[in-house]
Ligand binder design. Structure first.
Ligand SMILES: [Ca+2]
Ligand SMILES: [Ca+2]
Ligand SMILES: [Ca+2]
Length: 445
């Protein structure tokens, strides 16, 4: 029985001949297969205490400045070329760059600077929150920050709620200033694996900062929730998944990205996603990388019949469904998923493949659409889902309707849906992207 796995597991033939990084990725991801007993899980609701036994990096000073309210301008464009942008075929194929054309008439600033008030929970392997592409976009728990205590107190050297050893906001997690590591039960959700950092980068990498490429929704707030670790078993992964979903919903995430899953349903997990539904949270989930029809062999959580779920298949550069990608209704949409360039830990960039990556593109698109409308109307996952699914384009050669219920993700198509169905006024003429063709940067190693 296979349950709660990361879904980068495309066949070796699909993904292992691109570069050295792909060889590494294949080595990491091919052999995950985790087992559990589907219904026999209990979710621990006791207060989670911080552990001092991990040497994960402290949150960077830029994040601390944001916590202290001294650096609110992180989303401003600084107009430096993102040197790897021209290698980001995924952005091109989903019409990201066409969003700046007169047809759609979004300005680059609109599309390249999402609202930090939109919160995306990335339930994954954690995130390298020190990565220069991501560190400015990490979600902050405002009620676990701020000055605390007196200088006369001898019990701790910390004078801030983020490190005082107390659950200041009473949510059951001590010092959870920027997410939570459910694997190790501590407040630094650092990514020692790579998968979560890659997902976060596809969604939110900073734009025009002279580094890497750009996320679909740069500047959106990312809530890192670490549920997965190669050292833990499938049962723990599932329990941590449930707790992470519950945390995301309670702490106000608008969108949850879940690039994992398995073939067995679990009542506790379904209940958590149902609660997300009731609270208006969009749940974007990978369709899985087994190459099968999810109608015949469901893949969870993507296959739960809940209307806040968008299930995502993966395609290659020619918009052909990967042979590894699951398909069939209720898989809603397809997105790029082969050799996707994004962030990996320690400030690096690399490529990964699978419906995990495709899921992140759809999540980024949902966040982008939400950023267009937030402040003008409440976040409404049903509208977001309709805009995304109505904005798709057909998948050539894939017998569109039998593979996914919609088609290929299209940012420009979805934005056009938003602008045609709302009273949002365009702010001005489109402006061109900074050309990147002269860049000769290589992947960092
Ligand atoms: Ca807390
Ligand atoms: Ca605290
Ligand atoms: Ca960048």
């Amino acid at each position: 029985m296979v349950r709660t796995e990361l879904v980068n597991q495309v066949p070796v033939a699909d993904r292992c001949f691109y570069n050295w990084m792909m060889v590494v990725i294949c080595g990491i991801f091919v052999f995950h297969s985790l087992s559990f007993s589907a219904e026999a899980i209990e979710v621990d609701n006791s207060i989670s205490r911080a552990s001092n036994s991990f040497n994960y990096p402290a949150f960077p000073k830029e994040l601390v400045r944001r916590i202290e309210g001294k650096d609110p301008s992180h989303t401003e464009l600084n107009n430096q070329v993102d040197p790897l942008l021209n290698q980001d075929w995924g952005l091109a194929n989903i019409g990201f760059f066409n969003s700046f054309t007169p047809l759609v008439q979004a300005t680059r600033a609109e599309v390249s600077s999402c609202s930090p008030t939109i919160v995306v929970a990335v339930i994954d392997t954690g995130i390298d929150y020190t990565h220069p592409e991501l560190k400015n976009n990490i979600w902050i728990n405002r009620n676990e920050t701020g000055a605390w205590g007196s200088k006369d107190l001898a019990s701790t050297s910390c004078r801030d709620k983020s490190c005082n050893g107390l659950d200041d906001d009473g949510n059951g997690f001590i010092d959870d200033v920027a997410g939570w590591d459910f694997v190790n039960n501590q407040p630094l959700p650092f990514d020692t694996h790579g998968h979560g950092t890659h997902i976060a980068g596809i969604i939110s990498s900073e734009s025009s900062n002279g580094l890497g490429t750009t996320g679909v929704c740069p500047g959106v707030s990312i809530m890192p929730l670490k549920y997965y670790d190669t050292g833990s078993n499938g049962m723990n992964n599932l329990q941590n998944t449930v707790r992470a979903i519950q945390y995301a919903v309670r702490m106000g995430a608008h969108i949850i990205n879940y690039s994992g899953g398995g073939g067995e349903p679990a009542t506790a997990e379904r209940m958590a996603v149902e609660e997300a539904n009731r609270k208006g949270v969009l749940f974007v989930a990978a369709a899985g990388n087994d190459g099968h029809n999810n109608l015949q062999a469901p893949y969870y959580p993507a296959s739960y019949p809940l209307d806040n779920i968008i299930g995502v298949a993966s395609v290659n550069q020619k918009n052909q469904l990967l042979s590894s990608s699951n398909f069939g209704i209720p898989v809603h949409i397809a997105a790029p998923g082969l050799s996707i360039l994004s962030t990996i830990p320690n400030g690096k960039f690399g490529m990964m493949s699978g419906t995990s990556q495709a899921t992140a593109f759809v999540t980024g698109a949902a966040a982008l659409l939400a950023s267009q409308t937030i402040g003008k109307s409440p976040f409404d996952f049903r509208k977001i889902k309709v805009w995304i699914l109505n904005g798709t384009k057909s998948l050539p050669g894939n017998e569109n309707r039998t593979i996914v219920s919609s088609g290929l993700l299209s940012i420009s198509g979805s934005l056009a849906e938003v602008y045609s169905q709302t009273k949002i006024k365009r702010k001005g003429p489109a402006i061109a992207l900074i050309p990147v063709s002269k860049s000769n940067r290589k992947f960092q190693q």
